[in-house]
Design a protein around this ligand. Sequence first.
Ligand SMILES: [Zn+2]
Ligand SMILES: [Zn+2]
Length: 103
Amino acid sequence: MEDDREMHKATCSDCGAECEVPFKPTEGKPVRCKDCFRKNKPQRSFNDRGNRGGGSRGRFGNDRPREMHKATCAECKKECEVPFKPSGEKPVFCRECFASKRD
Ligand SMILES: [Zn+2]
Ligand SMILES: [Zn+2]
């Protein structure tokens, strides 16, 4: 069954060895021989798919000072400032409450 795949000759862009790959090599895309392919793979190849770069947090506060808007925390009713304009529809939390919600 495995022999059904069409193999294409290619040159490994890592070690320069001639190899065959089960897909049509695209120009501009690096092709790797089996050895280099394996070497370049992270240890757990399947499990951490999509895991990297997925964090959407951490953009607040680090780079630049943002415009802050006064708001009232929906949890503790404290006055606070948030880096976005409170819409009035979504609850706004002060830093402490926000942080405690993250777990
Ligand atoms: Zn190689
Ligand atoms: Zn609060």
